[in-house]
Write a protein that binds this ligand. Structure first.
Ligand SMILES: Nc1nc(=O)c2c([nH]1)NC[C@@H]1CN(c3ccc(C(=O)N[C@@H](CCC(=O)O)C(=O)O)cc3)C=[N+]21
Length: 284
């Protein structure tokens, strides 16, 4: 069965739209500001998707576009300004940043209560110890998609391929929190297929087009493809060879139309959450 990420995302967006209109009645208007530095075409296109998403659910969005020559100080100053702006509930700095700007410094400058990406070390730490926090959007979307297949995660063997800070590591943590038995594979893993073939749930986030095929998958497994690779033809493809794996998996996500739309939707969800939290903090 193909997991329709667009449909799942749409269902959640409809729920969010309702929630935003209830907030509006109370005089609350969720606001997201995106900082986009430089002209990277992929980043431009992702940011457009985020703007469209905000518009759809009624979040006030604002994109601050800066040239690639912008200094680190300027970006830090901008973040500081947004931290202090009560109309801005969520701040997202689109990555990657140009090389002369430290992503770590910029992320650490964001108020953790406005860090709707869930990238601030405070939020990463909170996630590790199971405290309330903003969950990173892509990993959160992955968990949500698995749950909406109706599959019980608890007790299953989940294998994650990839150990990045934005996908592999946080997805593994969230699966652990759902009581899966988790294995994390990466580029140095010996006999990858022998491990991935044990997976009831296989999450692939390596960033290599079509790397994972039927030989890596146990029949009946759930396969979540987090890869977004633009090949020479201009086509967007995943890390998984969809056509062959769909024949043996019980559920599989396509690319595009799988995890991507969920990522943006979880960002919208975090922004609504941020607005609600900040309203409570201001009342107190
Ligand atoms: N601070 C920050 N936060 C991010 O969350 C972040 C980021 N930087 N930098 C780049 C990555 C990548 N990312 C995607 C979002 C949506 C799709 C998406 O919607 N993809 C569509 C297709 C879009 C298309 O066709 O170009 C799909 O898979 O169906 C993909 C990738 C967010 N990222």
């Amino acid at each position: 069965m193909i997991i329709d990420g667009k449909q799942v995302a749409q269902d959640i967006r409809n729920e969010l739209k309702q929630e935003v209109s209830e907030l509006n009645e109370k005089g609350l208007k969720p606001g997201l500001t995106v900082i986009l530095v430089g002209e990277d075409p992929a980043s431009q296109s992702y940011v457009k998707g985020k703007e469209r998403g905000c518009e759809e659910v009624g979040i006030v969005s604002n994109v601050i576009r800066k040239p690639a020559t912008t200094t680190e100080e300027e970006v830090l100053g901008l973040v500081q300004q947004l931290n202090e702006d009560p109309a801005v509930h969520g701040i997202l700095v689109q990555l990657p940043l140009p090389n002369h700007i430290s992503e770590d410094l910029v992320i650490q400058a964001i108020d953790p209560d406005k860090d709707v990406d869930g990238f601030h070390p405070i939020n990463v730490g909170r996630m590790m110890i199971g405290q309330p926090c903003f969950l990173p959007c892509t990993p959160h979307g992955v968990i949500e998609m698995i749950k909406r297949t109706g599959t019980e995660i608890s007790g299953k063997h989940a294998v994650v391929i990839g150990r990045s800070n934005i996908v592999g590591k946080p997805v593994s943590m969230l699966l652990l929190q759902e009581n899966a038995t988790v294995s994390i594979c990466h580029s140095r893993t010996a006999d990858l297929a022998a491990i991935t073939r044990q997976a009831d749930i296989l999450v692939v986030g390596v960033g290599a087009a079509h790397m994972i095929g039927a030989e890596h998958v146990k029949p009946g497994a759930i396969v979540i493809d987090v890869g977004v690779n633009r090949i020479e033809t201009g086509k967007l493809v995943g890390d998984v060879r969809f056509d062959e794996v769909k024949e043996i998996a019980s559920h599989i996500t396509p690319v595009p139309g799988g995890v991507g739309p969920m990522t943006i939707t979880m960002l919208l969800k975090n922004t609504v959450e941020a607005c609600k939290n900040q309203a409570v903090t201001q009342e107190a």
